[in-house]
Structures are given as structure tokens and as C-alpha cells.
Ligand binder design. Structure first.
Ligand code: GLY
Length: 404
């Protein structure tokens, strides 16, 4: 005769089977996650090109879900070709390579225009990646010309490259320099190395040093904008134009700072940049939310009911991975762990667009400029670019935690 189990035994059996089910649930590996994201990117970024006319570039998605494009002069014009190069690098898909080439060459006319500092973003993500991946010398001329034009924006009086030529209503700027400008130094330093031009490297080093002196608070958070007197080099103003307040920590600005000093250490080998990057990283690790995605400004008074910025998370993740490979700090493993958490959150349905949504962009929930009510809680081309870059960097880590 079969005895029916009593209530206690039934509860025990149910608990054990639940535990077994939990144990057997597969946790996606980072390799699987990276494959998944790149195969979505491969399809969506190819389709995106069909919606581009003339020399336009993808910028964001409109409220109707349709693609919003920009002129090549918009500061983000290098991110679409740059993302295509990354997708080609991962997949080897020749159709993607063809689109990467086509969209890179759209930017060639920029090589003679020096209307703001963003030339570094535009030309390094496109032509810089093209040359790095293919080694084809055809890409060298636009890199060299544009680096010279960018370096011409440097003033030995201020010790910086001027960011914007314009001012804004109500803003009395004479020589504004924003923390984002650290990102343009990669293009200069790279060109200095490629062509053996020491002045390009020197301009990058002096700009990084001046920014280290004037842009940071004692806790290693950064102001967004420092305005200089162009005649004396004195600091006139410190502001956080795209953030919550002048004294707040605008999330993407902190991400540019982390990435900028990590990159400057990689390029130059000078320890002061590594120390600066580690100090910024430690400040961020202390302040980031559990899931790794910062609010658009760390000091907004609406937290926790406020917007996150996926773009800042993606830039930080890429920088944290690189820093983890360069640092000797006891925190180095933690930098990679934080990056992995950020990438896993970004690759979850909360942040990764469903195929066909958001005009083909990968990530949702970025913030362009909240004070300007511009591009709030939308996909942005640079969020995708740094997300793909971070995944490539994570994929090239070896087991001991060091990668490229
Ligand atoms: N470089 C402009 C921005 O981060 O919004």
C-alpha cells in the first residue's frame, strides 16, 4: 500500500523541488549576453542606414518612434559610423563594414572645420576606428587634418582647448571649457603618435593637466564648465550647465571625466592620470545606485523619482573596464564588477529596446540635456556606441582580469 505523504513532507518536497528548479535556471553568461546584443545591433544598425538621406546621421527617436536624424555638424555624427565599426569588429559582417565605410566618409568635409571641440568625438569614433580596425592608410589624411584643426583651438594662455565659440543668453562666457572636452584628447594624442607630431601630444597633455587643476572639487566630482579669461588664463566662472545645479554632479560629466583620465593614462603612461581616474572611479562606486545606472544628476532633488541616464552608465562601464585592466589599486576587480553590473542592467528589457522599437537604437532611457528640456528619456547614438565598446572591452578581458 502506498502511504500518502503528510503535510510536513509535502511542504519539504515542494521546497526541495523549488530549490532544484532555481539551481538549474541558467544565468546568461557575458559571452551569451554580448552575442545577443551584437546580433540585435547587426540587424538594427543595417536597417537604420535605409532611413538616412544625404549625409544625415541617426540622432535619436521621436515621440512617434521614428528616427530623428542630424546634420554631420552635430557633435554626435561620429557615433553611428563608430558603432558600425564595432559591430563589424565583433561580427565580421562585410555588409556592416560597407556601411561603416560609407558613413565614415560622409564626415570627411569636417576635417577642415574647427567650429568647436567636438571634432575629436566626430573624427576619432569614425576615422579613428576605421584606421585602427582596417589599417588602411586611406583614413590617415582626415585624421591628420582634423587633429591639426582641433589643436588650433588650443590657447597657451589658458592651457586648454576652447570648447564652444558661442555663448548663451544669460551666460557671460569668454572662453568656455567643458569636462566633455577630455574625450577629444584621444584623437589628438592618437594623431600625435601616428604622425610623430609632438605638439599634438603636448596640447593634449597640457589640456588634461589644466583640467585636472581647475575642473575638480575636493571629492573628485567635476563641474561641467569652467570659463577662462582668454587674456590672463584666470578662471572666471565654474558652472554645471547641463546638470541640476552649479554645485551638483551631472552624471555624464562624471562619466566623461572617468573615461578621459583613464584614456589619457593609456595613451601617455603618466601616473598622475591613473591616480585621477582611480579617485574619480572610487567616488562613483560609492555613489552609484545598486543596478549601476546613475540618475541623470547624482544630486537631483527628485531622486528616486527621477530619470536615469543610460548613456552615462554605458560610458562609465567602458571606462571602468579599461581602468580595471590598467590599475594596480585593490579596487581594480571592483571596477570590472561594477561595469558588469551596469552592462547586465543595460542588456535587460528595462533598458534594451525590443527589436523594431525606438527607431533601431539599442538603449532606452538616456538624457541629453534636462535643463534645456532636450532629449529627455530617449535613445541616443552615443549611449549605443559606448555600450557596444564596453561589451567589446569586456569580451577581450582574460581570466586574470586584464584585457586590451
Ligand atoms: N558633450 C555633450 C554632452 O555630453 O551632452
Amino acid at each position: 500500500m502506498i502511504r500518502r505523504p503528510d503535510m510536513k513532507t509535502m511542504t519539504l518536497l515542494a521546497t526541495v523541488s523549488l530549490m532544484l528548479a532555481g539551481c538549474s535556471r541558467h544565468v546568461e553568461t557575458m559571452e551569451e549576453l554580448t552575442d545577443r546584443v551584437f546580433s540585435i545591433a547587426q540587424e538594427q544598425y543595417k536597417a537604420m542606414d535605409e532611413n538616412l538621406t544625404g549625409t544625415t546621421m541617426p540622432r535619436t527617436a521621436g515621440k512617434d518612434g521614428n528616427l530623428v536624424t542630424s546634420d554631420i555638424r552635430w557633435w554626435c555624427s561620429g557615433f553611428y559610423p563608430g558603432s558600425l565599426w564595432y559591430i563589424y569588429e565583433y561580427t565580421g559582417d562585410d555588409a556592416v563594414k560597407g556601411l561603416a565605410e560609407k558613413n565614415t566618409w560622409k564626415l570627411e568635409p569636417l576635417k577642415y572645420t574647427g567650429t568647436d571641440h567636438d571634432l575629436g568625438f566626430q573624427m576619432n569614433c569614425s576615422f579613428g576606428n576605421a584606421y585602427r580596425i582596417t589599417g588602411d592608410p586611406v583614413y590617415l589624411d582626415p585624421i591628420r587634418e582634423s587633429a591639426s584643426v582641433l589643436a588650433a583651438r588650443f590657447s597657451p594662455v589658458t592651457g586648454t582647448i576652447r570648447s564652444w565659440d558661442h555663448t548663451r543668453p544669460g551666460c557671460d562666457w569668454k572662453y568656455p571649457v567643458i569636462i566633455d572636452n577630455m574625450m577629444n584628447l584621444e584623437h589628438l594624442y592618437n594623431a600625435g603618435l601616428l604622425f610623430g607630431i609632438d605638439t599634438l601630444k603636448s596640447v593634449a597633455l597640457i589640456h588634461a593637466n589644466t583640467t585636472m587643476t581647475n575642473h575638480f572639487r575636493p571629492d573628485y566630482s567635476s563641474w561641467h564648465l569652467v570659463d577662462y579669461d582668454p587674456l590672463t588664463g584666470e578662471v572666471r566662472l565654474r558652472q554645471t550647465v547641463q546638470g541640476f545645479s552649479d554645485s551638483s554632479s551631472w552624471a555624464r560629466g562624471q562619466a566623461w571625466a572617468l573615461y578621459g583620465y583613464t584614456m589619457m593614462f593609456r595613451m601617455s603612461g603618466y601616473d598622475c592620470y591613473l591616480t585621477q581616474a582611480e579617485n574619480i572611479a572610487d567616488m562613483l562606486v560609492r555613489r552609484l545606485p545598486e543596478d549601476g545606472i546613475p540618475y541623470w544628476d547624482f544630486d537631483s532633488d527628485r531622486i528616486p523619482d527621477d530619470y536615469r541616464d543610460a548613456s552615462a552608465a554605458a560610458i562609465m562601464a567602458s571606462a571602468f573596464i579599461e581602468l580595471g585592466t590598467l590599475s594596480n589599486s585593490p579596487e581594480k576587480r571592483n571596477y570590472i564588477d561594477v561595469a558588469e553590473r551596469q552592462l547586465r542592467t543595460l542588456a535587460s528589457p528595462e533598458y534594451l529596446s525590443a527589436p523594431g522599437e525606438n527607431a533601431g537604437f539599442l538603449l532606452k532611457h538616456s538624457v541629453g540635456s534636462l535643463p534645456d528640456n532636450s532629449e529627455v528619456d530617449v535613445p541616443l547614438s552615443y549611449a549605443d556606441y559606448y555600450f557596444l565598446e564596453a561589451l567589446l572591452r569586456f569580451a577581450s578581458l582574460d581570466r586574470s582580469g586584464s584585457g586590451r
